[in-house]
Write a new protein. Structure first.
Length: 507
């Protein structure tokens, strides 16, 4: 098997957190199988982990150059694993690969989260008699026996698999784009890309752990559709980012808004396109020269690194079972980001509201986080809020505020605009670019006048026809129509295609 990740990135800790990787100087099946069992149980829903044999550990990091494994020993290791795998109850088989590092061979064991947990294994798989079985879990960077409350919780997790790692009954392999997979493997430097030409799509998906079930009932995992389908919203409705600009503020003038075309597509592409929009259309900077300093002072209305962290986390931690988009509202004094559902219940609301570093016991989309990390779109667990706070402070901005509810149905964050950029009204051009000076654009009132005139001429006009005539999307059209209805200008009669509008009063 070829690893779907780059071996150098794996060993250096760039794509996997240190508590999800163990280095072993030599082949020690007793301790190795305790760790395999712990990774398979995936107690904290972090997507299993890796064991690298032939690498010595030094201060928690891989010692370079690696010591490697003798080529002659590799065959014996793989043969012995066949018997050891049969000792895991229920049966579990980790994935293995032989990789070249520093001119030597290392043996990599990839223990993915099992779909039949909990698993148990003998304390010493090499013992000839009286094998004593135990459940193992990861605790920080160690594999320990699950006892007491830990064991009870592990047993309660039986057959509970995070949403992104579940098989999808509505999809087929044809819904997965091998072109998107190729692009991902190239970006991450995986050697697996070399096998695409001579492998079937199923073989590649199996090596990447993107399918589950027997051959006669194969199911594509949700994570494959999230990242490697051009239309994930087909399987997870409202997989998109909605951006709305309120030039005078959501509270001051809620009916005056500019809606940007929803951003859709594979999740990592949604993230990149949203970040591109923020970087090019929203962020502004002010440069001031201080006479006694060599470098000019630069301040931004919003520090990019803070927005990047929040946008990535909104797409990473949201629930893809909720039919709600990630919402970004841009106002003169702040940006609001709302995602559904809320933070894990293991996170205390007071810690969240205080902006403290938080660590969730459960991850809703554990595999998605792994893939985003390989693409350098996220750094690791628990780093989001501290990064946001640090970047805002460095920019001289106020503190962000975080909120959720007791039922954890939503996650809300407000990022304050730097005081030097706060204004009464945002100036936005017709491309959605926030400007420092006034541009002639169609205001919300202009758009409503167009809609009102179209309805006056044809009271049975459809929302699609209005959208095509005005040049904005149908959801934005509906919001403007709602304003006209609430203001008493029009009324809609009927709820079917035969419905029509009645003019009540002119604008």
């Amino acid at each position: 098997m070829t690893l779907p990740v780059n071996i150098e990135s794996l060993i250096d800790g760039r794509v996997v957190e240190c508590d999800r990787i163990e280095f072993k100087k030599g082949w020690n099946p007793d301790s190795i199988y305790r760790t395999i069992c712990a990774f398979a149980n995936d107690f904290e829903d972090t997507s299993g982990g890796y064991i690298v044999v032939g690498v010595e550990e030094e201060n928690g990091r891989a010692k370079r150059p690696v010591c490697g494994v003798d080529i002659g020993e590799l065959d014996n290791i793989q043969k012995s694993m066949i018997g050891f795998n049969n000792l895991i109850t229920p049966y579990y088989q980790p994935r293995t690969a032989i990789e070249d590092v520093d001119g030597k061979k290392v043996f990599v064991i990839w223990a993915t989260a099992g779909d039949r947990r909990p698993y148990k294994v003998p304390d010493n798989v090499t013992a000839n008699k009286h094998k004593e079985y135990n459940y193992y879990i990861r605790y920080n960077s160690s594999s320990i026996v699950a006892k007491g409350d830990y064991e009870a919780e592990l047993l309660n997790m039986a057959n509970r698999v995070p949403f992104d790692d579940r098989g999808n009954t509505s999809a087929t392999i044809k819904d997965v784009s091998m072109l998107l997979i190729r692009d991902f493997l190239i970006q991450t430097g995986s050697k697996l890309v070399e096998q695409i030409e001579n492998s079937t799509p199923l073989q590649i998906l199996q090596q990447m752990d993107l399918v589950e079930g027997p051959n006669e009932n194969l199911r594509v995992k949700n994570i494959a559709l999230m990242l490697f389908s051009y239309n994930p919203e087909k399987f997870f409705p409202c997989t998109q980012v909605d951006i709305v600009i309120y030039p005078k503020g959501k509270d001051a003038d809620p009916d005056n808004f500019i809606e940007i075309e929803p951003i859709k597509g594979p999740i990592h592409q949604i993230i990149k396109r949203t970040l591109d929009y923020v970087k090019t259309m929203v962020i502004r900077q002010n440069v001031s020269k201080v006479s006694y300093e060599a470098e000019a002072n630069r301040t931004f209305n919003y520090p990019y690194q803070a927005l990047e962290e929040l946008i990535v986390n909104a797409l990473y931690h949201r629930s893809y079972q909720e039919r709600e988009p990630v919402e970004i509202s841009i106002m003169p004094e702040q940006i609001e980001i709302v995602s559904y559902s809320g933070a894990d219940r293991s996170i205390k609301l007071e810690d969240l509201r205080a902006g403290k570093r938080i660590h969730a016991r459960r991850y809703r989309n554990r595999r998605l986080g792994d893939f985003l990390k390989e693409l350098d779109l996220t750094e690791g667990r628990g780093t989001g809020i501290p990064t946001v706070m640090k970047e805002l402070e460095k920019n001289g901005s106020g503190k962000a505020s975080f909120e959720s509810d007791e039922d954890r149905t939503y996650f809300y964050v407000s990022i304050p605009c730097h005081k030097d950029f706060v204004c009464k009204e945002l100036m936005v051009d017709d491309k959605g670019h926030i400007r420092d000076r006034k541009f002639t654009i169609a205001t919300a009132n202009d758009i409503r006048k167009q809609i009102f005139d179209l309805i006056s001429k044809n009271n049975r006009i459809s929302r699609r026809e209005i959208s095509e005539a005005v040049g904005i999307n149908q959801s934005a059209i509906q919001k403007h129509i709602n304003v006209l209805i609430n203001n008493g200008n029009i009324r809609r009669e009927g709820k079917t295609k035969a419905s029509y509008y009645i003019i009540l009063k002119t604008l």
